[in-house]
Design a protein. Structure first.
Length: 146
């Protein structure tokens, strides 16, 4: 799908917002691609992010895909709007094994208030997880701009 952003500075806005996300910094996540309706975030394997079997923890998986979807939704919102996830479902399809992971968030349908997104986490060609989520545009709330 091709989307037209409402904010001509959407990429700069997303990069600035991502830079303020302390949790993504804690995970070591890197914003690697920003386009209208699509965002990609890379995450390297780290021993402090794994569960007891050595796979990337489902909490880290979910967090990075949720952020990719949230930023994909934000890429289509007008200046001054912020985005919050209001619901999502995650399917964990394979153990999160690998040295590098890529979270991809894509807008499926963008509405004025609600945006439906599809996300995935991959390790190379292996599909690790899928996420379907609904993101909400938040407007006119002090402290919640992008």
């Amino acid at each position: 799908m091709t989307f037209t952003p409402r904010d001509p500075n959407f990429e700069q806005r997303i990069r600035a917002s991502f830079a303020r996300q302390a949790f993504m910094t804690t995970l070591g996540a890197r914003l690697v691609h920003v386009a209208p309706g699509e965002v990609r975030i890379a995450l390297a394997h780290r021993d402090d992010l794994v569960q007891q079997h050595g796979f990337l923890h489902a909490g880290a998986v979910t967090s990075v895909v949720d952020s990719a979807c949230g930023y994909a939704a934000l890429s289509l919102m007008e200046p001054g709007a912020a985005v919050l996830a209001v619901e999502f479902k995650v399917n964990l399809l394979a153990p999160a094994a690998g040295s590098e992971f890529l979270a991809i968030g894509r807008v499926v349908r963008a509405g004025r208030t609600l945006t439906v997104c599809a996300g995935e986490l991959r390790a190379g060609d292996t599909l690790i997880a899928m996420l379907q989520g609904t993101m909400m545009a938040v407007r006119d709330r002090p402290g919640l701009e992008d």
